[in-house]
Ligand binder design. Structure first.
Ligand SMILES: CC(C)[C@H](C(=O)O)[C@@H](O)C(=O)O
Ligand code: SF4
Length: 469
């Protein structure tokens, strides 16, 4: 019987099938970060348990780390304690730790793939909801809670319920100036923030095949914003070319054998999905969020929606609340929204391509008066590559701050945060109330739009600038 990619990944990792659709599933690899792992290690210590397979883990400090002054010890005592604890846990249990001085350091979902820790056909987990990012490689990757983290550390298996499958058929070719971020914002907007709960998404279609790995990671990254723990793209030659030669990727004959296996993973013709949705990107316009949930998105050429036209009263109530927090008036053109902060970074859009497209727009231009702009490469490797290409000079000349890698302004868990009332054009993935600082307002968008908005001081269609380039 024809199988989906998800079915193949699932089947090849089931250890024991229990009654009621629950199975014990083998977990090949896991990443750990300083915010979500302490409880699991504490539980291991309490129970006198060991880590079963330390080589299956990779720990990295990213969430609470400062993005400047990295030649000094971390000043914030809580952040310092978190990073030190991660280091201690890694050392005590024999796990490879990427500390702040390590040249591999970066956001977990940027570093894992870069190192080739993320590979097609594997199961990979992390105590982090954006773990689906790794699904871009055809990896069954999903976020877990601390109890599950403890289980993986101690046993290398998880008790899981198989998800239903949802195929997102992306039709047509992506127009110029429209990015992977726009596809996923449109998909999340269409599905709604709970629309894919219980489903593993597979993104399919010519526009997905045409995406780079960076674009595919952006896409899979935000699957959780539609409620899905798993987002997948079938591996292909783009995947293999990107992974070849990565430090932890298989070598020589092992590589050839791996690729042969990986080629069997894509969903078979005729495979049946539990659900399918279709989206045509031929006329897709750059997307931007207006509200406090990532599914509250509009075309950049559109207007802030009016709750009076909402599909139901519950939606209308949510919209009213979001409009009030965001300080926006229904019906106003989105391009009239003035911004005072810009953040380019995060595990959604902190990769080299994201910096390249932003720099292309920013070259020989400057951010508007009163705009504070920050660019935070997703990893040291990205930073180094960007510097090698001279992108840092372009950002600096345009008035951006060029920082060290970390989650930074994506989440106000470190030194980078916005003051109340600030309004930020942000390439991150969440626009929840207070996400970038108490009372701060977030508009999600792709890096091209963030760069264009920085220059104009208001939300701006990046195609206006790309056309001139
Ligand atoms: C802190 C961490 C557990 C959290 C997550 O689960 O995703 C964070 O990365 C986020 O993006 O909100
Ligand atoms: S960059 Fe943002 S979304 Fe990604 S792991 Fe860090 S806090 Fe979470």
């Amino acid at each position: 019987m024809p199988s989906t990619l998800y079915d193949k990944l699932w089947r090849s990792h089931v250890v024991v099938e229990e009654a009621g659709g629950v199975s014990l599933v083998y977990i090949d690899r896991a990443m750990l970060h300083e915010v979500s792992s302490p409880q699991a290690f504490a539980a291991l210590r309490e129970k006198g348990l060991q880590v079963r397979h330390p080589a299956a883990f990779l720990a990295v400090a990213d969430h609470s780390v400062p993005t400047r002054g990295r030649d000094r010890p971390i000043a914030d005592p809580q952040a310092r304690a978190q990073v030190e604890l991660l280091q201690k846990n890694a050392t005590d249990f024999g796990i490879d730790m990427i500390g702040l001085d390590d040249r591999r350091q970066g956001i977990v979902h940027v570093t894992g793939p870069e190192q080739g820790f993320t590979l097609p056909g594997l199961t990979l987990v992390c105590g982090d909801s954006h773990t689906a990012t790794h699904g871009a490689f055809g990896t069954l990757a999903f976020g877990i809670g601390s109890g599950e983290c403890e289980s993986v550390l101690a046993t290398q298996v998880l008790r899981l319920t198989k998800a239903k499958t949802l195929r997102v058929n992306v039709h047509g070719d992506l127009p110029p100036g429209v990015e992977a971020k726009d596809i996923i914002l449109a998909v999340v907007g269409k599905l709604g923030s709970n629309g894919a709960i219980g489903h593993a998404i597979e993104y399919c279609g010519p526009a997905i095949r045409a995406l780079s790995m960076e674009g595919r990671m952006t896409l899979c990254n935000m699957s959780i914003e539609a409620g899905s723990r798993t987002g997948l793209v079938a591996p292909d030659d783009t995947t293999f070319a990107w992974l070849k030669g990565r430090p932890l990727a298989p070598k020589d004959a092992d590589w050839d054998a791996a690729v042969t296996y990986w080629r069997t993973l894509p969903s078979d013709d005729g495979a049946v999905f539990d659900r399918e949705i279709d989206i045509d990107v031929t006329k897709l316009v750059p997307q931007v969020s207006w509200g406090t949930s990532p599914d509250q998105v509009v075309d950049v050429t559109g207007r802030v929606p009016d709750p009076a036209h909402a599909v139901d009263t519950e939606t209308a109530a949510k919209m009213v609340k979001a409009l009030s927090y965001m300080g926006l008036t229904p019906g106003m053109p989105v391009r009239d929204i003035a911004i005072d902060h810009v953040f380019i970074g995060s595990c959604t859009n902190g990769r080299i391509e994201d910096l390249r497209i932003a720099a292309r727009i920013l070259k020989d231009r400057h951010v508007a008066d009163g705009v504070q702009a920050l660019v935070v490469p997703g990893s040291k490797a990205v930073k180094q590559q960007a510097e090698g290409e001279g992108l840092d000079a372009i950002f600096r000349a345009a008035g951006f701050d060029w920082r060290e890698p970390g989650c930074s302004l994506c989440v106000a868990m470190n030194d980078d945060r916005l003051p109340p009332g600030a309004r930020c054009a942000s390439t991150s993935n969440r626009n929840f109330e207070g996400r970038q600082g108490q009372g701060a307002r977030t508009h999600l968008m792709g890096p091209a739009m963030a760069a264009a908005s920085a220059i104009a001081g208001q939300i701006t269609d990046p195609r206006d600038f790309l056309g001139e380039a």
